[in-house]
Design a protein. Structure first.
Lengths: 290, 334, 277
């Protein structure tokens, strides 16, 4: 199929994409790296001297950094836990015979398509507001004290909102993987005398293991960058209670105009994401047979 | 028209040489079958002739012209693919018309040609259907129809019957053979099924690991196979091969005798054995005989029904003039 | 399973799944309800809202009148459709060549392209922001379209690649044997067969661009702000706003919910990069 002529043509056709992506990566990345070694603040004029690791030092030793890292970990971990466990349960449920499966599926999938700003604000105001929100009203009518979600448990509230958004994704992926399980394998195990729990543990779960790993890796990469939900609900507060690494860098860069510090933070975020990405790329690579 | 010659053609994929340099000539109007086990290079050879793969070295000549660098579209050949490769988004009529459209033929002429081809292949009622709505056999015919309208110098068939069920295969085999008689165009046919090869070919090319083991008419290959591989490949059930003392008695390293060339008796014969599994086909019975000290099992064909049962003692006598002799390298001793 | 499942089991499954599904879907349903209420009604107790109050479409008109909703809506449309179509222009040749003329490096190049999607946007926030500021692309639709195209390009290429690979090579070879030139092969055979895949790719990527909420929040102000940013402005509202927020939200998410319904399969294909089949 491949002749010399088509090979040259192919290279020409792929160049725009390659060049653009290369530029998109190298130029900003290079700049971030460069800035991270300068003292560069947009509101204090003057030259921007090279200061080596000073920005990194400041960034890491700042107490907000520890808070941000902790919050990032908790946010990612919390959402992963809820979505993976919930996803498996929903996938198992949706795989069963029922009426109106199409409609139920649509209902379960819908939250993923709602834009983050809408879902965050809707949850915060219409549901979690202790006075006017549905949860608050429900609590009051049952005689309980309504929880002030964003006042008392802001981090958990954000985790809840983000989980609501990502549960459909996990469910969809896991359901797809579940449905690709060869029915004959399950039937064979039934003939071998396995009850449902054994079938789940020994056959379904291992088959899903790959999909679960993919879900975890992909979600982690996106969850490290949770931003909009924080911006519109708590602005990272109270204090730094809901600030994650992404938000911290945003504050540094665009609110405090400290380009140097923000860039240092950016480099750290990139390194973190890269670690996860390496694992994900390995999984993708195994499946690719170009 | 339709003379194809391969001169020291070889093909490598990267560093792997799948076809060492070979020479082959296909005469005009011949029905040539490339046959061999999976991976022997028969499909690759076909694709080299078609131009879908470049040769690594050597020359491909079509009607005396060097076609080695000519793209497939311009070689004047037509190919029927194993999966038929019909255009799913076009109707049957448009599928068949496509090559004519590419050749910029007049629309009215296209319509006539398509109608003729459809009639020949019994597709007239299906012209407006899409391939997805057809059965395997019908799709097969559309693929052939698309090839016919091109009036090519030669037809190339790449295992066209493998995707059909057994009954359909027999019918289509006959249709293709009749097509050949009617069109008198060169046909090169690739298959791994030696029955197709034997029944359809004027000339068979037996390939193994890219090497041509033998070229000849079906009868030649049956009666005078050049080596053990060809002897074992052609003919079903396989020829029995016997080494050791029995072979030495005939001055050979190995001897071969076909199942149909052995007489059996319950009382006397040259060789003795115990009956194992018996396969009853109604018209024939194939007995698999163990403990003969020759080959295990020895396969024997007996006409009609026989009265041998599992565990019975049986005596075999080969037709002496049909014993094939092979030397230590596996080549036939003449 | 081919065994008969009793209707009773089916009903139980339906009840459980239906209830859970409804609970998950409820917030979306709720804002549709609230969007059709007056602001006073919208903050009452839920049961009151459902059964004891009138319906009105005043919020929809207020949102449009007061905040030029339509402008933000059209920004979203322009940016998401524009970035996807532009991406398609660049991605189609790239995916074609990788799918049909694969070289030894093809797999690595493809994986590298995918890896660019894993770059956390915050890592390049500063330089992009500064570059855009300096060349005047801040708060511009063009700038945003470019950024969104770049972040979705890997996914567009990847999806097209997988769709192209699914076209049986033999059919293209048949076209070649039938005398088609490269141009004719692409025009008459490849494109018609690839159209469904391209449509799916466009669908998913328009959705992803529409919902993008990092660059659209940080690179825009008044002029180019799409719906994501517009809704974000409700985070510091004045006075009663539930009904208006609901109306604005319903209008913002409705198109995507509909598109999303059709693109479930594409979602799996596009966002798991082939690691799940």
């Amino acid at each position: 199929m491949a002749t010399k002529a088509s090979r040259t043509a192919a290279r020409a056709m792929i160049s725009p994409a390659v060049l653009l992506l290369l530029g998109w990566m190298i130029v900003p990345l290079g700049m971030t790296l460069y800035f991270s070694f300068l003292r560069y603040n947009l509101i204090t004029p003057g030259d921007n001297p090279f200061v080596g690791w000073e920005n990194y030092n400041w960034f890491i030793t700042d107490p907000s950094f520890t808070d941000a890292m902790f919050n990032t970990l908790v946010m990612v971990g919390g959402v992963l836990l809820i979505t993976v466990v919930g996803g498996i349960l929903f996938a198992l449920l949706l795989d069963r015979p029922m009426f109106g499966q199409g409609l139920i599926r649509i209902m379960v999938i819908a939250p993923f398509f709602v834009m983050p700003t809408v879902s965050a604000l809707v949850w915060k105001n219409m549901f979690m507001n202790p006075v006017n929100g549905v949860f608050g009203r429900l609590a009051t009518s049952l005689g309980f004290q309504p929880i002030d979600f964003f006042g008392q448990i802001p981090l958990a509230s954000i985790i809840f909102i983000v989980s609501w958004q990502w549960l459909p994704f996990a469910t969809l992926i896991l359901l797809t993987a579940l449905q690709s399980l060869d029915q004959e394998q399950l039937e064979a195990s039934e003939m071998d005398g396995a009850r449902w729990l054994s079938r789940f543990w020994y056959i379904m779960l291992p088959h899903l293991a790959r999909a679960i790993t993919v879900v975890i890796l992909i979600q982690t990469i996106f969850l490290l960058s949770i931003f909009a939900e924080i911006l519109v609900t708590t602005n990272g507060g109270p204090g730094t209670a809901t600030t994650n690494l992404t938000y911290l860098i945003y504050v540094s860069s665009l609110l405090q105009f400290d380009v140097g510090m923000g860039s240092a933070g950016g480099v750290i975020a990139i390194i973190l994401a890269n670690i996860v990405a390496i694992f994900l790329m390995r999984m993708i690579g195994k499946n690719l047979d170009a | 028209m339709g003379n194809i010659k391969l001169e020291t053609v070889s093909k490598s994929f990267g560093s792997v040489e799948v076809i060492p340099p070979l020479d082959l000539e296909i005469e005009e109007g011949e029905f040539v079958v490339f046959v061999g086990p999976s991976g022997c290079g028969k499909s690759t050879l076909l694709r080299l002739i078609a131009g879908l793969e470049d040769v690594t070295s050597g020359t491909v000549l079509i009607d005396g012209q060097n076609a080695t660098a000519v793209p497939p579209a311009k070689r004047g050949l037509a190919m029927v693919f194993q999966s038929y490769a019909l255009y799913p988004h076009m109707s049957v009529g448009k599928n068949i018309a496509f090559p004519l459209k590419m050749a910029k033929v007049d629309q009215s002429e296209i319509e006539t040609k398509v109608a003729t081809a459809a009639e020949v292949l019994n597709l007239t009622d299906y012209l407006d259907r899409k391939p997805g709505q057809l059965s395997g056999g019908q799709r097969q015919r559309v693929a052939i129809g698309r090839a016919i309208v091109r009036e090519p110098k030669a037809f190339l068939f790449d295992e066209p019957l493998s995707n059909l069920d057994a009954a359909l295969r027999v019918g289509m085999r006959l249709e293709i053979s009749e097509l050949h008689k009617r069109l008198a165009t060169t046909m090169i046919y690739v298959t791994h099924d030696q029955v197709e090869a034997m029944t359809m070919a004027d000339k068979i090319v037996v390939l193994q690991a890219g090497v041509i083991e033998q070229v000849g008419s079906p009868l030649e290959l049956y009666q005078t196979p050049r080596n053990i591989f060809v002897a074992g490949f052609i003919g079903s059930p396989k020829m029995n091969f016997i080494d050791g003392t029995e072979a030495k008695k005939h001055d050979a390293h190995t001897i071969g005798i076909r199942p149909e060339h052995i007489n059996v008796s319950s009382s006397e014969g040259s060789w003795k054995g115990v009956v194992g599994v018996a396969e009853h086909l109604g018209s024939d019975t194939f007995l698999h005989i163990h403990d003969s000290g020759l080959a295990d099992p020895m396969t024997v064909r007996v006409s009609g029904e026989v009265d041998f049962r599992y565990g019975d003692t049986i005596y075999m006598t080969p037709h002496e003039d049909k014993i094939q002799k092979f030397d230590a390298e596996g080549l036939r001793i003449t | 399973m081919a065994r008969a499942v009793s209707n009773k089991t089916k009903l139980i499954n339906t009840a459980v799944a239906g209830t859970l599904g409804f609970l998950i879907f409820f917030p979306i349903l709720w804002i549709v309800v609230l969007s059709l209420k007056t602001e006073q009604d919208a903050i009452r107790a839920p049961l009151e809202i459902l059964f004891n109050s009138g319906w009105t479409t005043e919020s929809f008109s207020t949102v449009q009148a007061r905040s030029d909703y339509f402008k933000h809506f059209s920004n979203s449309v322009i940016i998401s459709v524009g970035s996807t179509l532009l991406g398609l222009l660049i991605a189609i040749p790239a995916a074609w060549s990788m799918a049909f003329v694969p070289a030894k490096q093809t797999k690595n190049v493809l994986m590298w392209m995918l890896s660019t999607k894993m770059l956390p946007p915050v890592g390049v926030l500063v330089p992009i922001y500064l570059i855009f500021r300096d060349i005047g692309l801040l708060d511009s639709r063009i700038g945003l379209t470019f950024v969104l195209m770049m972040i979705n390009l890997p996914i567009i290429i990847w999806m097209l690649y997988t769709y192209f690979k699914e076209i049986p090579g033999e059919i293209l070879e048949a076209a070649r044997m039938d005398g088609a030139s490269l141009r004719e092969e692409v025009l008459y055979v490849l494109t018609p067969m690839a159209v469904p895949g391209m449509a799916s790719t466009v669908l998913l990527n328009v959705i992803l661009a529409w919902n993008e909420a990092f660059w659209t929040l940080n690179l825009t102000a008044a002029k180019a702000a799409p719906l994501t940013a517009f809704i974000a402005s409700y985070s510091s509202p004045e006075g009663l706003f539930y009904a208006k927020l609901s109306a604005a939200s319903v209008m913002a998410i409705a198109p995507i919910l509909i598109m999303g319904w059709f693109s479930q399969k594409q979602l799996v294909r596009g966002l798991t990069f082939g690691a799940v089949k």
